[in-house]
Design a protein around this ligand. Structure first.
Ligand SMILES: [Zn+2]
Length: 879
């Protein structure tokens, strides 16, 4: 077994014969170690290939029945043990420690030469490595490789159940077996295994109750919920990283098919062609091929009598970050299907009057008549589409292989002939951690990066040794170019002068802006003495000077981490209120002065890569916001399953900021000031925060929101000197319910849309703001910053409040993406300190931690917490 990535084979030891059809005693979470034990005990008898229903006790897709992840793992293990066409690997643990599975299904002769097939895919992915003889040989012999990814969104659960039957059919059907001589199927039974149990457990718990078929009151990915399909360039979560390795390090499939579900009363299934707009970085031939695969699937569905398939609706080819959009920027055919949902596993009945289908037309030729719609219907549609893909890839094997090579060639050629020729990332940056993270996430997605060994000149500028060089003459050019350039979203309207057609997802994502990493694009070819790198570690930092008073410029996020470590060790921390001179240089207001933690900070500087200075003594500035102990931070966690809460939790944990999650009942219990200095409210609408899930939509303990008792408790917390940090929509709640002095110019998304939304729209764009340096919350920031605005509220400070960041007075602040009605932003505030009682609310009119991508503004959140705790500390005697 040649394991390129040293994956662990997890074939289960027993077959149906040796267990007499019993299920293996596999419940709850199963780690790779447990699976390896099975292997050690293996009695690998060739046996009859087990049917899913004999192992599960029910047919996949049966009404009200869901296979758990343990059952899915069990089945695939048995299948791999019994079928020479199936190999099963665990490619890593999930966030909660379950095995992330990859089944490789092909003709046994292909599985036997798996290592050489993998090596050949790598060469096909990079046509620069192919001579004409090798190319001719591979075009004649290399199977097409397709990856099918199921149920990344866990309430869209049918595909995970379908995967069992698809695997069984691929293992046993003779016609499919013949097709597998020309095709390798990489089957991911779920791209979010934890979610299969999070949703499945909730479904089983509520089955037959009034809440049967409801969504769970928590996220179905432990941190990011539905946004797990927005993580495909940032790679923040282990599940994303596992599949990314399969895609861009191991197999380089020609097709990636990502299976989803949508709302229940429209068309039965969306398939490509996608809707406009098309991202300018996508290869046009691939766009055609996407349509080709989609219509082949749709034709197979029509042949099978399955109606209601729709094309060119809603799902577009603009945004980056999805499981089907990142592969297209790697010359792969990215396919999405979206089936109409049932109520999880419970059937629904739709009368014709319930249906909101489009009119019959070329994009919807076979309307569905209505009737019962069950989990099994979704399984059948997805099974038909998946098998159609296998058959198509077999019939057109050589075309798929040739097209993949052709797209790679065109990318390399474009990089040689078009601008920019390269991107350069200089070594000295404001945040070493962000520079390193950016390089590593590109490397993980197959981008070639070189490091200059000596200084060099490019476009007339001199660059230091250590500069990272990313030439664009490389096969996955589209990926890096789309991540680095500024997006110009092509506005689309229903008719000239009519309403805007809203983009499917965000419109801008330029990483050098969101991560605040300086990246130069170069117009001319770069000549430099370089070495290729395959990973990057931070350059260790140091603390200059002697003495126990350490001065942190607070430019990097690592310095926030270091400050929390220092506080945990008993240090005192102050925000310098004014400029001062020390250690032979001048320091701006907001400099962090840390006393009594030199050793801790030295270790952090070396590990995380920041520099600082120290002096033996420095007089404390009178009135400086100061901390004497670890801030007590509460993070509100509603029962709405808020992704913003999950991202906030993820970012705070990653930065080493300790906090407690606060439920509605904990909030309603009051006495918050005794327990917390700062309470962070993630972005949710005022209605969601106040009222939560409506009564009757979930068991009573998960409904009702903060209620008046929770609102009163938060008001009392502020009156007693506490600090509330309100993110985006939660700022509206703070203004409406907590009397934070600020005005709402535009509410962004939520109930305030409607007429105002016609005048203003910015669904996921990057804006520039001016930052008030004298405010501690802006500590370490530059005088201008790039912020992420995702239909966020537009605010203005009211008397008593103070704007910390504001939009320019004239001209558009747009840096990347799209805005309609930019004039509404002119001179308005994006970040405000608003006093309430003895306390204060820090109001964010943007997303400082957007999807874990905005390293450049994480600091505003951590500063707000530190500053908020320092100010709150003044009101507690003895602290
Ligand atoms: Zn989905």
């Amino acid at each position: 077994m040649n394991n390129v990535l040293s994956y662990r084979r997890t074939g289960a030891p027993t077959s149906e014969d040796t267990t007499g059809g019993r299920r293996l005693p596999l419940v709850g979470r199963v780690g790779p170690a447990v699976l390896a034990l099975w292997l050690a005990a293996a009695a690998p008898l060739a046996a009859q290939v087990p049917r899913p229903e004999t192992v599960l006790g029910f047919r996949p897709g049966a009404d009200s029945m869901l296979a758990s992840w343990a059952q899915i793992t069990d089945y695939f293990g048995r299948l791999a043990a019994a079928s020479p066409r199936v190999r099963l690997d665990t490619i890593g643990p999930t966030t909660q420690g379950r095995p992330y599975l990859l089944a490789t299904i092909s003709d046994p002769a292909n599985l036997a030469r798996r290592a050489s097939l993998i090596a050949a895919q790598r060469r096909l992915a990079d046509p620069r490595t192919l001579d004409s003889a090798a190319e001719a040989r591979l075009f004649a012999s290399q199977p097409a490789v397709i990856l099918i990814s199921c149920s990344i969104h866990s309430t869209e659960i049918a595909a995970s159940q379908m995967s069992l039957e698809l695997a069984y059919r691929l293992a046993t059907d003779s016609a499919l077996g013949a097709a597998l001589r020309d095709v390798v199927v990489l089957l991911v039974p779920s791209a979010n295994p934890d979610g299969i149990d999070i949703v499945g457990d909730w479904y089983r718990r509520t089955k037959g109750t009034p809440f049967d078929g409801s969504s769970p009151p928590w996220l179905y990915h432990p941190y990011v919920g539905h946004d797990n399909n927005r993580d495909w360039f940032m790679l923040t979560q282990p599940e994303t990283r596992h599949l990314t390795r399969v895609l861009y390090e191991l197999w380089f499939p020609e097709v990636v098919y990502d299976i989803h579900q949508m709302g229940g009363n429209g068309s039965r299934l969306f398939l490509p062609p996608f809707a406009d707009p098309v991202n300018p970085n996508l290869d046009g031939t691939l766009v055609e091929a996407i349509g080709h695969v989609g219509t082949a699937m749709a034709t197979a569905l029509a042949d099978a009598g399955r109606t209601g398939v729709e094309h060119q609706a809603r799902f577009d080819l603009w945004w980056h970050g999805g499981n089907r959009s990142a592969p297209v920027r790697h010359n792969m055919i990215g396919i999405l299907s979206e089936a109409a949902s049932a109520r999880i596993a419970s059937p629904v009945q739709l009368r014709p009057s319930d249906l909101r289908q489009p009119a019959r037309g070329v994009d919807f030729p076979l309307p569905w008549p209505g009737g019962w719609w069950r989990l099994r219907d979704i399984v059948d549609y997805e099974l038909t589409a998946s098998e159609a893909l296998v058959r198509l890839a077999s019939r057109e094997r050589a075309d798929f292989v040739r097209r993949f090579v052709g797209a790679g060639r065109r990318a390399v050629e474009a990089g040689r002939s078009e601008t920019p020729r390269a991107y350069l990332i200089p070594p000295a940056q404001r945040d070493e951690g962000a520079r390193v993270q950016l390089a590593n996430l590109l490397l993980a997605t197959g981008i070639e990066i070189f490091r200059a060994r000596t200084p060099f000149t490019a476009d007339g500028r001199t660059y230091a040794a250590g500069t990272l060089v990313i030439p664009l003459a490389q096969p996955f050019r589209a990926h890096v170019k789309d991540l680095f350039e500024r997006q110009v979203y092509p506005e689309r309207r229903l008719y000239p002068g009519g309403p805007l057609i809203p983009p499917y997802d965000v419109t801008g994502w330029t990483l050098p802006l969101t991560m605040a990493v300086t990246v130069d694009s170069v117009r001319n070819p770069v000549t430099a003495d370089v070495e290729r790198i395959d990973s990057l570690a931070p350059t260790p930092g140091r603390i200059a000077g002697t003495g126990d008073v350490v001065l942190l410029a607070n430019r990097s996020n690592a310095e926030a981490t270091a400050v929390w470590r220092a506080l945990a060790g008993g240090a005192a921390v102050e925000f310098a209120p004014a400029p001062f001179n020390a250690a032979g240089r001048s320091w701006p207001p907001g400099t962090l002065v840390v006393r009594g933690a030199r050793a801790t900070l030295e270790r952090a500087a070396a590990e995380l890569g920041f520099d600082a200075a120290s002096v033996p003594r420095l007089a404390a500035a009178p009135g400086a916001p100061a901390l004497r102990r670890v801030p007590r931070v509460g993070l509100y966690k509603s029962w709405n399953g808020s992704m913003d809460e999950g991202w906030t939790r993820w970012v705070l944990e990653r930065l080493g900021v300790p906090f407690s999650s606060l439920s509605d009942s904990a909030m309603r219990g009051g006495n918050l000031r005794a327990r917390f200095d700062v309470i962070v409210l993630p972005s949710e609408s005022p209605g969601q925060i106040r009222s939560g899930r409506p009564a009757g939509s979930a068991p009573p303990e998960y409904t009702g929101g903060l209620g008046s008792a929770g609102v009163e408790a938060l008001r009392a917390f502020l009156q007693a000197g506490g600090t509330v940090v309100a993110l985006e929509q939660a700022s509206l709640f703070a203004i409406e319910d907590l009397a934070a002095p600020a005005t709402v110019v535009h509410g962004g998304r939520g109930p305030r849309e409607g007429q105002a939304a016609v005048r203003f729209s910015a669904p996921g764009s990057i804006f520039e703001v001016n930052v008030d340096h004298a405010h501690p919350v802006a500590s370490g920031m530059d005088s201008v910053a790039a912020i992420y605005f995702d239909s966020s509220p537009i605010l203005d400070a009211a008397p008593g409040g103070r704007a910390i960041a504001s939009y320019r007075r004239d001209g558009s602040p747009l840096l990347s993406g799209f805005v309609q009605g930019a004039e509404m932003l002119a001179g308005r505030a994006a970040l405000i300190e608003a006093p309430v009682g003895a306390g204060r609310v820090i109001l964010f009119g943007f997303s400082p931690q957007h999807r874990g991508q905005t390293n450049g503004t994480f600091k505003l959140l951590t500063n707000a917490i530190l500053y908020g705790a320092a100010q709150a500390g003044r009101t507690v005697p003895g602290r």
